[in-house]
Every structure is written in structure tokens, then in C-alpha cells.
Design a protein around this ligand. Structure first.
Ligand code: URA
Ligand code: CA
Length: 448
């Protein structure tokens, strides 16, 4: 088969056969089809889309393109959770220890920061000694002994996705729902989880800014799970502002520890309970979402969640004492507040800009080769709907040097919108997506 014919077919808006999709995935994984032809087909897919069958076929082809983790040696259902990426969004470090403390087995495959979003692996590596490069055998052993492990994508997991992702990143073809859905779900399936809870972000800091697109992405991923025989459940949650107050690697680890030790609460905990309770239901540790939340809160109050995080950090080579003394985490030497340029209600945030602001400070990578500064970032002092007087701090910057302050202050002042009118509160969960239905928060569904 001539690859040009496949490109022409998709360009004309026709569905590709399973065989054609196989050639596409295999050609990307092995390099047997040149990048320019793969890229042309990616762009045609962006314009013409893929139907449910094509998207599932692409997912399965990418999943089978490399190693697949076999977790069948572990008793019960291993659950995983995946977020499409956000800012100040460290639900993993809050919910993994809590649900593991409730008896669930969590096999969590995490990623690094991407663009303006933070990544769990970078956060874990800010803990002195903590490693995310664990062999498959140790991964399984750790889940059997302490109930949870968080590791990075091994070298040969979904090589087709690796190749396609790298091309999409540089050809303007990232933002395409069937490509995103197949990319995410293929990795989740290859990592062996028995059930998956997805956190699809929506709003100014999300991959998908509109609720309509976010729900479409969630529905596409749930449909793939359904066809692959894997239970997948998705929540569409708000990324209209950083989820937690802390943005930056060691700072986000600190916030997770503060929550697990009962010293902090807020939206980060609330979303972690929404996601984690559904993991407990999927894993069979709770009969209902309500019971799951109660169990997680009991594990929080008893300190069992914090002890589980200590065990996980220790098992992965890190210093567990950070859980009792967060000053053992890397600390930035310079703290400078961002003054509000005027008085008013906090009426909106450009959350992507806040993510990029911390990236420029060193908390993320602009180039693949950049080295992250684990200590830097910021702590938000306001949330949407708060009233501030001119000069009051919007955020506290944690910087490597004073020279970084000027740019970060103007970026943050531009990212936080102030207005005379108090904005209406936004929901934390906008939609609940399961295989048989999508339920919206009150007032948010499509017009009837
Ligand atoms: N995360 C992924 O793994 N793939 C995408 O396409 C987008 C986000
Ligand atoms: Ca295989």
C-alpha cells in the first residue's frame, strides 16, 4: 500500500481501514514511514477527524507498538488516575497515598511537565533521593508490599505515541481530540491498569479551554475504554485558576504534605476526594462515591495517608522525613510578593500564563534539555471571587535570584484580572462522564 494514498484518503474525509491505521502507527514507531508523510497524515486527521472505530484502532495499535506491563500478579484491580494536565494540580500526591491507605492498589504511570503544566515526576524528583526510574519487577513488588507506586514511562512503552507526540508538538497538531484521546489511553492501557479514572481539565489553564471540547475529549476516552473492555470513568474539572495554592515542584510537594497532615484544605483536596473516591469504587474498596470520600477523609484524619506517602517516598529511595519537616525540601532563597496593581474582585485568571510564569522562573522546561529548579515557583494569595486592595499580594514568588522578580511580577499582574463586580462562583466538577451518560453540573449542559 502506498502511504500517499492513505494521506489522500483522509484528506478527502474518508475513514481509514484498520490496516491503514496499523501502517500509520507502525510506520511512526519504527521510522519506516518518513516524518513528512506521518506529519501530513496527522494534519489531515486534525482537519477531518477520526470516528470512534478509527480512534480505538489507533489506540490499540499504539498500545501494542511496544512493551505492555503485566500487573496480573497483583491481587485485585490495580487502579490508575490520569489528568490531562494543569497548574498547581498535584492531586496525584494527595490521592495516591489516601486511596492506597484505604486498601486500593495504585499503579500510577506519570509524566513530566508539558508546556505550561507541571508533571508529577518532576515534583517527586524534588524530594531528596526520590527516584521514578523503577524496574517493572520493583514496581510490581512495591505495589504488592505498600499498595502504590508512581513511576515514569519506561523506554519502550508506546513507541508509536512517542514518535507521534514528538511530531505533533512541532507541527501544530497537538490540539486534536482523537489524537489526544488515543495518545493518553494507549499509555494507560499499556501500563496495565485494570480501571482508570480520568481528570479532564477545562478552562484557562487546560489543554481544552471550552467545556464543549473538554467533554468531547472525556467522552472519546471513555468510549475507547468501553471498546477495549477497560472501565474508564472521567470527570471534567475546572482549571480556571491554579487548583492548589502552590505552583512549582517542591512547593507542590509541600502543599500535598500540608493537606495529608491536616494543615491545609481547599479545592486541591476536594478534587482529590472526587477522583480518589471513584478509584476506590473501581477498585472495589467502596460501594459508593460517598463511602469512598468518607474512607479517604478517615485516612486523612488518622494520619494513615501521610504515613503511606512516607512509605512510598522511602520505597522509591527518597528521604521520608520531608513528610514531618517540609523545610527539608529544596527552598528558594528569595521571596518577593506580587502587589495587586489596583483594588477589586479577582474576576478571572489566565492560568496558562501563570504556568508559563513559573516555567520561566525555572520550575519547568522551555527546551527538552533544560534542567528544572525544584525550589522555585509561587504561592497564590488570592482565589477567584476574593476582594483585594491595591498593593495587597496576589502571590508570593519563590525565586532563585532577585533579577527574576521584575518579569514575574508583570506576568502575574497581567494574568490576574481585577474587576468591580464580584464574579459568580464556578463549579469544581463541570461534568461526570461514564460509558452510558454525561451528567453536567447545574446550569452547564448544552442548551435544551
Ligand atoms: N497528554 C498526552 O499524553 N498526549 C496528548 O496528546 C496530550 C496530553
Ligand atoms: Ca506488544
Amino acid at each position: 500500500m502506498n502511504f500517499v494514498d492513505i494521506i489522500l484518503k483522509k484528506k478527502a474525509g474518508l475513514p481509514l481501514t484498520d490496516e491503514e491505521i496499523h501502517l500509520f502507527a507502525e510506520g511512526a514507531a519504527t521510522g519506516s514511514v518518513p516524518d513528512y508523510q506521518i506529519s501530513a497524515l496527522l494534519m489531515a486527521i486534525c482537519f477531518q477527524g477520526m470516528d470512534a472505530r478509527e480512534t480505538t484502532t489507533l489506540t490499540m495499535e499504539m498500545m501494542h507498538s511496544g512493551d505492555e506491563v503485566d500487573l496480573s500478579d497483583i491481587d485485585g484491580v490495580c487502579v490508575d488516575k490520569h489528568s490531562t494536565g494543569g497548574v498547581g494540580d498535584t492531586t496525584t500526591l494527595v490521592l495516591v497515598p489516601l486511596v492506597a491507605a484505604c486498601g486500593a492498589h495504585v499503579a500510577k504511570l506519570s509524566g513530566r511537565g508539558l508546556g505550561h503544566t507541571g508533571g508529577t515526576l518532576d515534583k517527586l524528583e524534588s524530594i531528596p533521593g526520590c527516584s521514578i526510574n523503577i524496574s517493572e519487577a520493583d514496581f510490581i513488588r512495591q505495589i504488592k508490599t505498600i499498595g502504590c507506586a508512581v513511576i515514569g514511562q519506561t523506554q519502550n512503552l508506546c513507541p508509536a505515541d512517542k514518535a507521534l507526540y514528538a511530531l505533533r508538538d512541532v507541527t501544530g497538531t497537538v490540539g486534536c481530540i482523537p489524537l489526544i484521546a488515543s495518545s493518553i489511553v494507549s499509555k494507560k492501557l499499556a501500563s496495565g491498569a485494570g480501571a482508570i479514572v480520568l481528570d479532564v481539565k477545562t478552562g484557562s489553564g487546560a489543554l481544552m479551554h471550552t467545556l464543549e471540547d473538554s467533554v468531547k475529549l472525556a467522552e472519546a476516552m471513555v468510549a475507547i475504554g468501553q471498546q477495549a473492555g477497560k472501565p474508564i470513568y472521567a470527570l471534567v474539572t475546572g482549571m480556571d485558576q491554579p487548583l492548589g495554592t502552590h505552583v512549582g515542584n517542591a512547593l507542590e510537594v509541600k502543599e500535598a504534605i500540608d493537606i495529608l497532615s491536616g494543615q491545609a484544605k481547599g479545592d486541591l483536596l476536594s478534587v482529590s476526594l472526587e477522583l480518589g473516591s471513584r478509584m476506590l469504587v473501581a477498585g472495589g474498596q467502596a460501594d459508593s462515591v460517598e463511602e469512598g470520600k468518607e474512607k479517604m477523609l478517615a485516612a486523612l484524619e488518622s494520619g494513615a495517608g501521610l504515613r503511606k506517602l512516607e512509605e512510598m517516598i522511602a520505597a522509591q529511595g527518597g528521604n521520608p522525613a520531608v513528610c514531618r519537616d517540609t523545610s527539608l525540601l529544596p527552598q528558594a532563597p528569595v521571596l518577593i510578593p506580587v502587589p495587586a496593581p489596583a483594588s477589586g474582585y479577582v474576576s478571572g485568571m489566565d492560568t496558562t500564563a501563570i504556568g508559563y510564569c513559573t516555567q520561566h522562573m525555572g520550575a519547568g522546561r522551555a527546551l527538552k534539555t533544560d534542567v528544572i529548579d525544584p525550589a522555585v515557583g509561587l504561592v497564590m494569595q488570592v482565589r477567584l471571587g476574593d476582594y483585594v486592595e491595591a498593593g495587597q499580594p496576589l502571590a508570593m514568588l519563590h525565586l532563585r535570584s532577585e533579577q527574576q522578580a521584575k518579569e514575574a511580577i508583570s506576568a502575574m499582574q497581567a494574568a490576574v484580572r481585577l474587576s468591580d463586580v464580584k464574579p459568580a462562583p464556578l463549579p469544581l466538577v463541570y461534568a461526570y462522564v461514564s460509558a452510558d451518560k454525561t451528567v453536567y453540573a447545574d446550569g452547564y449542559g448544552p442548551a435544551k
